[in-house]
Design a protein around this ligand. Sequence first.
Ligand SMILES: [Zn+2]
Ligand SMILES: [Zn+2]
Length: 141
Amino acid sequence: MSAAGQRAEVLIRSLREQGQRVTTGRRAIIEVVAANADLSAEEIVGFVQRDHPEVHSSTVYRTLETLEEAGLVRHLHLGHGPARWQLAADPSYRLACEGCGTVQLVPRVRFDEVRRQVQAEFGFAVAFQHFAMTGRCSACQ
Ligand SMILES: [Zn+2]
Ligand SMILES: [Zn+2]
């Protein structure tokens, strides 16, 4: 099984453990998010309906919220466009270039020290995963 398939199975298992039903639609959505980080809900609808045209777009939107409440996926904002969706366990933060729109991934651990210092000095818990950090990539500087 692919790495994305394994990530999807872990999520499906914990959904069951939380007493939630695993419908065809829910399974399809989880598989799409596990295989493709940072899609918009609309893009996820497109992927899901390719194999399951019977899954209504409103079901996809509602399911994403359910999965977020269950702590399995979360949304983030890369810029001014629609929210993007990723696995809650995604190991990277995003650097989004304001010049060309390129998004780079940075391992979360690289921000551990900053997070600790801000917490210690200001008593503030930064949520780096909720928004991309914006700036300029090396090509655009
Ligand atoms: Zn948000
Ligand atoms: Zn750039």
